[in-house]
Design a protein around this ligand. Structure first.
Ligand SMILES: Nc1ncnc2c1ncn2[C@@H]1O[C@H](COP(=O)(O)OP(=O)(O)OP(=O)(O)O)[C@@H](O)[C@H]1O
Ligand SMILES: [Mg+2]
Length: 140
């Protein structure tokens, strides 16, 4: 499915619609160039899911964990991961397989072999000043 987002309000509405169906997924993969809007989307989604804390980019810590009433949420940014062994150091597989967890992964390519579950693949592309969201479900 393809959706156009010409402003932040549209990105927020895409995130809110996904929040309604969040129980279908345990993994959301976010692909797209630098500044495409992966973290922005994640902020809207997690806020809607009930996260009260500040939601910021986990670029330097690789992963930041949040808790809501129903879910443990892991927000990963794998941009700085250069080698698969570093995934082991952050406990990647243990984190993404935690019960009642949702993992949102920016820059997921390096972790491709480790990712299993009910996946929502989102690719955000630049479209003039706006963005296009491409979304595909995948069970691996
Ligand atoms: N339609 C839109 N949807 C989302 N973000 C938008 C949109 N239009 C403009 N922006 C802006 O684009 C920027 C997206 O930054 P963001 O940090 O979310 O990107 P990112 O994909 O996470 O980047 P990185 O790869 O560095 O982690 C923000 O400054 C946001 O305000
Ligand atoms: Mg980001």
């Amino acid at each position: 499915m393809k959706l156009i987002s010409n402003n932040l309000r549209a990105t927020k509405s895409i995130a809110h619609n996904i929040a309604k169906n969040i129980s279908k997924y345990n993994i959301i993969l976010l692909q797209g160039d630098l500044g495409a809007g992966k973290t922005t989307f994640t902020q809207y989604l997690l806020r809607k899911l009930g996260v009260k804390e500040v939601i910021n980019s986990p670029t330097f810590n690789i992963v930041k964990q949040y808790h809501t009433k129903n879910l443990t949420i892991n927000h990963f940014d794998l941009y700085r991961i250069a080698d698969e062994s570093e995934l082991v150091e952050v406990g990647f597989e243990e984190l993404i397989t935690l019960p009642n967890s949702l993992s949102i992964i920016e820059w997921p390519a390096i972790a491709k072999h480790y990712i299993r579950g009910q996946i929502l693949n989102i690719t955000i592309s630049y479209n003039g000043d706006g963005r296009v969201f491409n979304m595909e479900e995948e069970n691996v």
